[in-house]
Structure formats: structure tokens, C-alpha cells
Design a protein around this ligand. Structure first.
Ligand code: MG
Length: 294
């Protein structure tokens, strides 16, 4: 399966992983009880600087599956999630230190023989951001809307999660097509009431932005950070400084900002942050395989 938009793959993946790593030390901290200004270590999960978490693990596992299988193979993706949870594959230091409840339950269902696209939680309470954080690789391969919904359903099958994933992929694709960020937002097709704030989110004051692990809050917060800042660095630091689910908000925002601003120069993903990422050579090798995939 040939990749598409491959010129943006590196910017999106590194933008995502850097955002994740910036947020890891501050995850779950209340807003305005700390100030993130650089990539630092330790804090919440006691990990060195540059450590990324479940968000990047699942995104990279999905990307590797799409590249190696040359198709969307849901069984293979779930097998890789099992190796992530049980063996620490796709982790910076061989151990999974961060996983959502709905994702863990879904992986358990797959181990018990469920069809992979029927493993995801379907209750309202299953609308954490666990599928939003891993959905992006599909934007770089030929896919249908149903493919996005099925990929989310591996872990998160409620309509709100499905629509959030669909909108995030659409937004990334709009940005990759060369639209301004304002055009990219205005051209989204929102299909559930929960997502109706997205097109006007830039006008919301900071105190109205919730940065929790609820998928709609995460997506709104990430889009708000993209729309109200003028560079990658400002965008992801704003995301982390919203507090609470800092790593996922900054990862989702970071992917969008990476696509929009690119890498390096004044506004792009800072090279000094990229160079701090754990397992950078492996990530870059995977990105290169994706760019050249046929
Ligand atoms: Mg995380």
C-alpha cells in the first residue's frame, strides 16, 4: 500500500511524539500549578526528558502495521498492541507505563477471541482519547470513512469517539492539502452535536477549554491551541500548560502544528526537541520506511 501525503509524514509523526514527550512530566497536573517552557524529564511518571508515552507507542505500532502489512489489517494491529502491553514493544525503555482503561479492556477482549473491530468499548464512558491518539497514521494511506471508524473501534466504538477520529483525520488532511488553518477548520463536516464547538473554538476564552481525557475535550483543546498560537513551539507549550491530559492534548496539537509549520526554522518543530526523543533513530527509520512504502 503506497503512502500518500508522505511529504508530511515526518512532520506529523515527530510533531506528535515531541508534543507527547513535552507533556509526559506534567500529566494529570492541574492547570496553572506549573509552567512548562522546555522539554524536561521526571515529574508525573518519573521518566527522563524525551520519553514519549502510550500515545506515541500506539501511533507507531499502527504506522508500522500499515507499512509492513501493506493494508489495514486489524488483527495485526491488535497483535502489536498486545506486544506493547505485555512485552513493552513500541515503548521508549521496554516497559508500558501509561495505558487507558478502555484500551486495556479492548486488548483483553481481543485476547479472548473477539473480532478486532468488535473489541472497542461502546458506552458513553468509553469516550476517552485512546483512539484519537493513535488514529493519525491512516491519513497517510488510502482509506475510506469506514476504515477510520473501524480503526477507532478496535478500542473505542462509541459514536462520539468515531466522529472525533473522523474529524481529526479530516482536519489533518485539510492542512496537508495546503489550506490555511482557518480554512481547514471551516471545511470540517461535523456530524454529531458534541463536535459542534470545533469550527468556532478559536473564539473561546482559555477558561472555557477543558483539557481532560474525554475525547471531545482533548480534540477541542488541541484545535484551540493550533488556532490561537503562531508557531509549533507556542502551540504545544500552550497545550501542556492547559494541564490535566497534557501529553495527549500536546501530541494531537503537535501533529497538527507539525503538519502546518513543518520542522525547524522559526516556526516549525524545534530540532533540539526532536533530538531529545527516546529511540529517535528507530522512529526515523520507521518514518523513512513509510515515505518509501510502495
Ligand atoms: Mg500518554
Amino acid at each position: 500500500m503506497k503512502t500518500k501525503n508522505s511529504a508530511h509524514l515526518k512532520n506529523a509523526v515527530l510533531g506528535f511524539a515531541v508534543g507527547d514527550a513535552l507533556g509526559v512530566p506534567f500529566e494529570f497536573k492541574a492547570r496553572d500549578t506549573f509552567k512548562a517552557a522546555d522539554m524536561v524529564g521526571y515529574g508525573t511518571h518519573n521518566q527522563p526528558a524525551g520519553t514519549w508515552s502510550d500515545d506515541s507507542s500506539m501511533l507507531l505500532a499502527t504506522l508500522e502495521s500499515l507499512i509492513e502489512c501493506k493494508k489495514i489489517d486489524y488483527d495485526d494491529i491488535m497483535q502489536r498492541f498486545i506486544r506493547w502491553v505485555d512485552n513493552g514493544d513500541y515503548c521508549p525503555y521496554g516497559e508500558c507505563f501509561d495505558i487507558g482503561h478502555t484500551t486495556l479492556t479492548a486488548v483483553g477482549r481481543f485476547k479472548n477471541g473477539y473480532d478486532p473491530v468488535r473489541c472497542g468499548g461502546r458506552g458513553f464512558g468509553d469516550n476517552g482519547n485512546g483512539s484519537l491518539m493513535r488514529i493519525l497514521p491512516i491519513a497517510f494511506f488510502e482509506h475510506t470513512v469506514d476504515d477510520i471508524l473501524n480503526l477507532s473501534s478496535l478500542t473505542h466504538a462509541h459514536e462520539i469517539s468515531l466522529m472525533s477520529c473522523r474529524l481529526f483525520v479530516q482536519l489533518a488532511e485539510n492542512l496537508m492539502s495546503g489550506m490555511t488553518k482557518e480554512e481547514a477548520i471551516q471545511n470540517l463536516k461535523c456530524c454529531v452535536d458534541e463536535c459542534e464547538n470545533i469550527p468556532k473554538i478559536a473564539s473561546f476564552p482559555r477558561e472555557k477549554i477543558r483539557s481532560t481525557g474525554y475525547v471531545v475535550d482533548t480534540f477541542e483543546a488541541a484545535v484551540w491551541c493550533l488556532m490561537t498560537t503562531g508557531s509549533y513551539r507556542e502551540c504545544v507549550l500552550e497545550a501542556v500548560n492547559l494541564g490535566d491530559d497534557t501529553d495527549t492534548v500536546a501530541a494531537v496539537a503537535g501533529a497538527l502544528a507539525g503538519i502546518y509549520y513543518g520542522i525547524g526554522s522559526e516556526k516549525g518543530v524545534p530540532e533540539e526537541w526532536i533530538n531529545k526523543l527516546a529511540k529517535l533513530d528507530w522512529i526515523n527509520g520507521l518514518i523513512d520506511k513509510g515515505i518509501t512504502a510502495q
